[in-house]
Write a protein that binds this ligand. Structure first.
Ligand code: C5P
Length: 306
């Protein structure tokens, strides 16, 4: 017997970054939107301990040891139920760029929680799965939640936001990843260099954008384009200056807006419709300013057993 879970990637349509807290995290005003580009995680009976395999985009970069969030999820769920060391095999089919700022590792952690819960017949309440997800990482709860949601705290305290339609996106995948902690550190460094300070005493947590909320509720892509913000973008571009070219290329090819996805280096482009998104992806692919580009849409539901 096996259980397969499909899980979406995310793009942050507002990533408001407050100051550095004493615990090493930043308070966020983080609006996540789940997109159809996603991974699949299959849990099946293993032979010894938690074992992993991986295929697909960037599979060679995915750690197959206990550090993988999918393996941590299986162990955390078992421990929560007082079960002995679990025996399970987790196979990850990747389409989400690895270390790309689209929460691919977090998605696999969320998918593994759900897949193991079903495989082991535990029936863990959703509220508990969300709490376990938050223990695994700041972006893991949203991969279970899906749709569009405001994440406060370090991004794990979620509240659904209403959405009035489907948005069309293109994601340009870069060569190599960026480390999320390194991008947050660069954000702090740039704030210090600008004389703003970087601690939570210096930098207030940004307010949720009312224009963004209205654009999402109306399903208005042009208004959404005008309201997109990512406070980590200057830091990602500082660490990877070539991203500026990728962003410019997408804008010149008809994107309504271009921004770095989360901590990058994947770049996200909002398109007015599916045809423009397909053409934009092709223009980005041939431009040589990215490794590959994918047209997709969102919002879509969170992790789902298929
Ligand atoms: O929660 P997660 O393990 O995904 O976070 C990875 C790292 O990203 C943290 O150790 C921290 O350096 C940074 N981070 C942060 N503020 C957040 C979320 C993540 O500084 N709200």
């Amino acid at each position: 017997m096996s259980v397969t879970v499909r899980v979406p990637a995310k793009v942050n349509v507002q990533l408001g970054v407050g100051g550095l807290r004493a615990d090493g995290f930043h308070d966020l005003t983080n609006v996540f939107l789940a997109v159809a580009l996603g991974d699949q995680v299959t849990a099946s009976a293993g032979t010894e301990g938690v074992t992993l395999s991986c295929e697909g985009l960037g599979a060679g970069l995915v750690p197959l040891d206990g550090s993988n969030l999918a393996a941590k999820a299986a162990r955390l769920l078992a421990a929560h139920h007082g079960l002995p060391e679990p025996t399970v095999h987790l196979h990850i089919a990747k389409s989400i760029p690895v270390a790309g700022g689209m929460a691919g590792g977090s998605a696999d952690g969320a998918a593994a929680l759900l897949a193991c819960d079903a495989l082991w017949g535990l029936g863990t309440p959703r509220s508990v799965l969300l709490e376990l997800a938050a223990e695994l990482g700041s972006d893991v709860p949203f991969a279970l939640f899906g749709g569009v949601a405001l994440g406060r705290g370090r991004g794990e305290l979620l509240e659904a936001l209403p959405v009035g339609g489907t948005f069309h996106w293109v994601f340009a995948v870069a060569d190599g990843g960026l480390s999320t902690p390194a991008v947050f550190r660069e954000c702090d460094r740039l704030r210090e260099a600008a004389g703003l300070g970087s601690s939570d005493a210096d930098v207030p947590t940004p307010a949720l954008s009312a224009d963004l909320v209205a654009a999402l509720a109306a399903g208005d892509a042009k208004a959404l384009a005008a309201a997109l913000t990512n406070d980590l973008q200057p830091a990602a571009v500082s660490l990877r200056p070539t991203l500026a070219e990728t962003l410019d290329t997408g804008l010149a090819a008809g994107a309504l807006a271009a921004l770095v996805s989360g901590s990058g280096p994947t770049c996200a482009f909002l398109a007015p419709d599916a045809e423009t998104a397909a053409a934009l992806a092709e223009a980005l692919r041939v431009s040589g300013t990215c490794r590959d580009a994918h047209a997709t849409h969102g919002p879509v539901p969170g992790a789902t057993v298929i």
